[in-house]
Write a protein that binds this ligand. Structure first.
Ligand code: MEV
Length: 444
C-alpha cells in the first residue's frame, strides 16, 4: 500500500518524478523516461506549460488537426481541432466540403448574457429585504466600480442585479442574482470577483440598516459564484438546401435520405438514450474547437447538457425539418467562450489557432464552435442513417490498431490498402495481421 506523502507540492519537479517512479512503477527508469520524453527542449516553453497548472511533471499531447473549407456566414475558415478520437476531424472536413457549394453555414449569436449568484441564508421578512436591496442598489454598483470599470470601457459590465426568493428549495435560501456582459472574455474571474464584492456589500450594509432585527442581520453567505448554465448566452447555426441537392453518394435517393435523417433527429429529440449519444457527437466537434482555442470545455459541456434538459427532459441540441422540398438542419446551444484572457494570450498553440481563425472575437468563436458541432452531428447522422458509423470510423481507427500491433510503416501501407474497401473490425485486423506475419515469417 502507498504511504501518504506530505509536502509533495513543495518538491522540485525532478524529486516529484523520482518519488512517483520509486513508489508507483515496477520499472522506475522506464516511467521517468516516458515522462521526460514529453518534455519540451525549449526550457522557456516548458516552464510556461509547467506554470499553467500545479504539480506538473510532463505534458499530455493531443493531436492538433485542421478541418478546412468551412463556409460560415460567407467567410471561409480552416478550423483548428484538438481531439484524440479518430474520424472526428475527417467527418468535420467532409461535412464542410459538402455544404460549401450549398451556401455553407449561417450562424448568429442570439444573446450573450451571463449569470452569477450570491447564495445566502436570511431568516426574516422578505419585503424588508427587498426594500433594503432597492434602497441600497447604488451602493452595490458603486462597490464593484473598481472591478467593472475596465470591462465597461470595453462595452461590458453588469446589466442587472436582483434578489430571488428560493425558500421553497431550502429554509431561508435567497440569491442575489446578477447579469453580466463580458464581451470577448469568458469572464469567470470577473464575474466571481464582482459576486464576492456583492456578498461583502450585502453583509456590510445589512448590519447598518436599522429596520432589521438582530436575527435578520445575521445573514449567512453560503457562496458566491457564476453559473455555468448560460441559457441567455446562446448561439445558433444552420444549414439548408433543396432536398434534391442532398444526394451525397451514400446510395439513398435524396428524399429518402432527408426523411430518414430528420427521423433520426426526431428520435434524439424524444429519446434520452439516443439524445445523449447524439449530443456527444455534437460535443466532439464543439469541444475540439474549444480545446484548440484554449477555452474551458468543461464549462461548455456543463451548459450544453443543462440546456438540453431545460424543459424537463434531456433532448437533442440540434433539430431538422423537411418542408416544401427544403431540408433544414440547425443547432441552438449555450456557449460561454473568450478570445481574450485565460490561456488565449499565453499558450503559443492557442495563439496560433486563434490566428488561423483570423483572430475572432468571442461572438465569432461561438458561431464557429457551434457550427463545427452541427457539422459533426450532420456527418455522424449521415453515416448512421446510410452506411453505418463503423465503416468510416474503423478506417480512421485502423492506424491505432496497427500501432498497437507495432506494425512497420510498410505493413501500415499494406493494411490500409487491404481495408480500403472492407469494414475493419478490431478482430479482423488482428487476425489478418497475424496471418500476414506468419506467411511472411516475420521475426522481430
Ligand atoms: C462517436 O464519438 C459519436 C457518435 O456516436 C455520435 C452519434 O451517434 O450521433 C457517432
Amino acid at each position: 500500500m502507498l504511504e501518504v506523502i506530505k509536502g509533495f507540492s513543495k518538491l522540485s519537479k525532478t524529486a516529484k518524478i523520482q518519488w512517483l517512479a520509486d513508489t508507483h512503477f515496477n520499472n522506475p527508469e522506464n516511467a521517468i523516461n516516458i515522462l521526460k520524453q514529453y518534455w519540451n527542449n525549449n526550457t522557456e516553453l516548458q516552464k510556461l506549460h509547467d506554470e499553467f497548472s500545479e504539480n506538473t511533471i510532463s505534458n499530455y499531447y493531443f493531436p492538433f488537426g485542421v478541418a478546412p473549407n468551412f463556409l460560415i456566414n460567407g467567410k471561409i475558415y480552416s478550423i483548428p481541432m484538438a481531439i484524440e478520437e479518430s474520424s472526428v476531424v475527417a467527418a468535420a472536413a467532409k461535412t464542410a466540403s459538402f455544404w460549401m457549394n450549398k451556401g455553407g453555414f449561417k450562424a448568429e449569436v442570439i444573446s450573450t448574457k451571463k449569470i452569477g449568484h450570491v447564495h445566502f441564508i436570511y431568516n426574516g421578512s422578505e419585503s424588508k429585504l427587498n426594500a433594503f436591496f432597492e434602497a441600497n442598489k447604488n451602493i452595490f454598483y458603486t462597490d464593484v466600480h473598481h472591478i467593472i470599470k475596465n470591462m465597461e470601457a470595453r462595452g461590458g459590465g453588469i446589466s442587472d442585479i436582483r434578489i430571488k426568493n428560493k425558500t421553497d428549495l431550502e429554509p431561508g435560501y435567497y440569491q442575489l442574482e446578477a447579469n453580466f456582459e463580458t464581451v470577448d472574455s469568458m469572464g469567470a474571474n470577473f464575474i466571481n470577483s464582482c459576486l464576492e464584492q456583492f456578498a461583502d456589500t450585502l453583509q456590510n450594509q445589512i448590519v447598518l440598516d436599522g429596520s432589521f432585527t438582530k436575527q435578520e442581520k445575521d445573514i449567512q453567505i453560503v457562496m458566491s459564484i457564476l453559473s455555468n448554465f448560460t441559457p441567455e448566452c446562446i448561439v445558433r447555426s444552420e444549414v439548408s438546401c433543396k432536398v434534391e441537392d442532398l444526394v451525397d453518394g451514400t446510395g439513398l435517393p435524396a428524399d429518402e435520405f432527408a426523411d430518414k435523417f430528420a427521423r433520426a433527429v426526431r428520435i434524439a429529440e424524444k429519446e434520452p438514450y439516443r439524445a445523449t449519444t447524439h449530443n456527444k457527437g455534437i460535443m466532439n466537434g464543439v469541444d475540439s474547437v474549444i480545446i484548440a482555442t484554449g477555452n474551458d470545455f468543461r464549462a461548455v459541456e456543463a451548459a450544453a447538457h443543462t440546456y438540453a434538459s431545460k424543459d424537463g427532459q434531456y433532448t437533442s441540441l440540434s433539430h431538422a425539418e423537411v418542408k416544401d422540398g427544403v431540408f433544414k438542419f440547425w443547432i441552438e446551444m449555450p456557449m460561454a467562450v473568450g478570445t481574450v484572457g485565460g490561456l488565449t494570450g499565453l499558450h503559443p498553440l492557442v495563439k496560433l489557432a486563434m490566428e488561423m481563425l483570423g483572430n475572432p472575437n468571442a461572438e465569432e468563436l461561438m458561431m464557429i464552435a457551434a457550427t463545427v458541432g452541427l457539422a459533426q452531428n450532420f456527418g455522424a447522422l449521415r453515416s448512421l442513417t446510410t452506411t453505418g458509423i463503423q465503416k468510416g470510423h474503423m478506417k480512421m481507427h485502423l492506424l491505432n490498431i496497427l500501432n498497437q500491433l507495432e506494425a512497420t510503416d510498410a505493413e501500415k501501407v499494406y493494411f490500409v490498402d487491404i481495408f480500403k474497401n472492407k469494414t475493419a473490425t478490431h478482430s479482423s485486423v488482428v487476425e489478418e495481421f497475424k496471418k500476414y506475419r506468419e506467411d511472411n515469417n516475420y521475426d522481430k
